[in-house]
Design a protein around this ligand. Structure first.
Ligand SMILES: [Zn+2]
Length: 405
């Protein structure tokens, strides 16, 4: 424990340095908490001997609200075996980046696309994350402007700018785990019927990820991450609830493949989608009774960002299938980060707050249309995510079967 206190003192004295220069950072807001501090140090691979203390303190956020895949049977046992604390991966992330900061960083990224210095929005946010200790209530637009100016003018490279920033790499990896799959190059179906001669697909660069609720469908929400829940066992709400009408189409935020689909005691009819890079697990729960999912959706299916995957309902909180036990119709949307497979289930899960992210994604809602025959909603205009194309190709080569849907 002494060693640990010394690290804290060192960090506090570093933080007391005064006016910010490129190399100066705030101590991450959660660094003062001993458990979190050890998490970070373990992430840096420094502190193999604190094994026990980390284990006992690790439990703060267990109780994955509606998720709990496998939790019903296994409880909390059996997850820690063979996990070495010396492994070098991130153990904890708090994602407090505001919608405003994301919008600004994204705009810099778009504006400099194809320029000599292309600003990467996640890198801009990570520099600020390091500067603010992850606390974006400190965010000022001028700070980002300054960083952008230094980089665009060529005064400094990103490597030079962040060379003395002790936590930059941590924030780059942590924020990258949340955001890296959301902006990039992709193709959209051209809907202009006049231009038949032109290619059906149009190449674009920008926001690939979509808002979880289809365009024009009303919903309401508030920042509800971490509030306590009591069904089953005491736990925190590890997701974001969006209240809407029954049957409202639910949209895949990012492209990926269906990892879980079916009934879950907490989430009711739910679908879990893995991002292709394996870093994100998207969890959509409490879907509609009787007809929860988009037609043809099944485990292993590949979905494109913007696809309709299911419909809002109020199923869940029951061991019995297809039961409406949730008071209000809503979508529970959760985002889990996975840096190591040991974090997929149990006490080491990392769920991040999605409220600000969902606000950011509001600018990109998927337009849908209804088939009067099947009463199904589908997207208007398809999209081709290069990551999905790559995954489908590899998948086909792997098992010789038809990958995808
Ligand atoms: Zn919820």
């Amino acid at each position: 424990m002494k060693k640990h206190r010394a690290v804290l003192l060192l960090c506090i004295s570093l933080a007391a340095g005064g006016i910010w220069t490129a190399g100066e950072e705030m101590v991450p807001s959660f660094y003062r908490d001993s458990v979190m501090a050890m998490r970070i140090r373990n992430q840096a691979g420094e502190d193999a001997d604190s094994d026990q203390a980390v284990k006992s303190g690790e439990d703060v956020d267990s109780g994955r609200e509606d998720a709990g895949e496998g939790r019903d049977d296994t409880g909390t046992v059996g997850n820690d075996e063979g996990v070495s604390e010396e492994k070098d991966y991130i153990k904890w992330v708090e994602f407090d980046v505001t919608c405003e900061a994301m919008k600004r960083a994204y705009q810099y990224d778009l504006d400099t696309y194809g320029e000599d210095v292309h600003l990467n929005w996640v890198e801009l946010l990570a520099v600020l994350g390091a500067k603010y200790g992850g606390d974006f209530s400190r965010y000022e637009e001028g700070d980002m402007e300054e960083i952008a100016k230094v980089l665009v003018s060529g005064e400094k490279t990103l490597q030079e700018l962040t060379a003395d920033m002790k936590y930059y790499q941590y924030y780059r990896e942590a924020y990258g785990a949340v955001l890296d799959g959301m902006v990039g190059a992709y193709e959209v179906e051209s809907l202009d019927k006049e231009k038949k001669s032109e290619s059906k697909w149009k190449k674009v660069y920008g926001l690939k990820a979509f808002h979880p609720i289809a365009k024009t469908f009303p919903y309401s929400d508030y920042d509800d991450f971490g509030v306590s829940r009591t069904y089953g066992y005491r736990r925190n709400h590890l997701g974001h609830d969006m209240m809407g009408q029954v049957g409202t189409p639910v949209i895949a935020v990012e492209s990926g493949y269906v990892a879980e689909l079916g009934w879950n005691q907490y989430g009711g009819w739910r679908v879990g989608i893995n991002s292709f890079d394996g870093k994100r697990y998207y969890y959509y729960a409490h879907l509609r009774q009787d007809r929860p999912y988009a037609q043809g959706l099944e485990k292993g299916a590949v979905v494109q960002a913007g696809d309709v995957i299911g419909y809002i309902g109020r199923t869940g909180y029951s061991k019995e299938e297809n039961v409406n036990n949730i008071d209000e119709y809503h979508l529970h949307f959760g985002l889990q980060l996975i840096f190591d497979e040991s974090q997929r289930d149990g006490n080491n899960e990392i769920w991040v707050s999605c409220y600000e992210l969902v606000r950011f994604l509001y600018q990109h809602q998927s337009e849908v249309e209804r088939d009067d025959g099947t009463k199904e909603w589908t997207r208007v205009g398809q999209m081709k995510d290069p990551e999905a194309v790559r995954y489908q190709k590899e998948h086909r080569e792997d098992d010789g079967k038809d990958g995808g849907k």
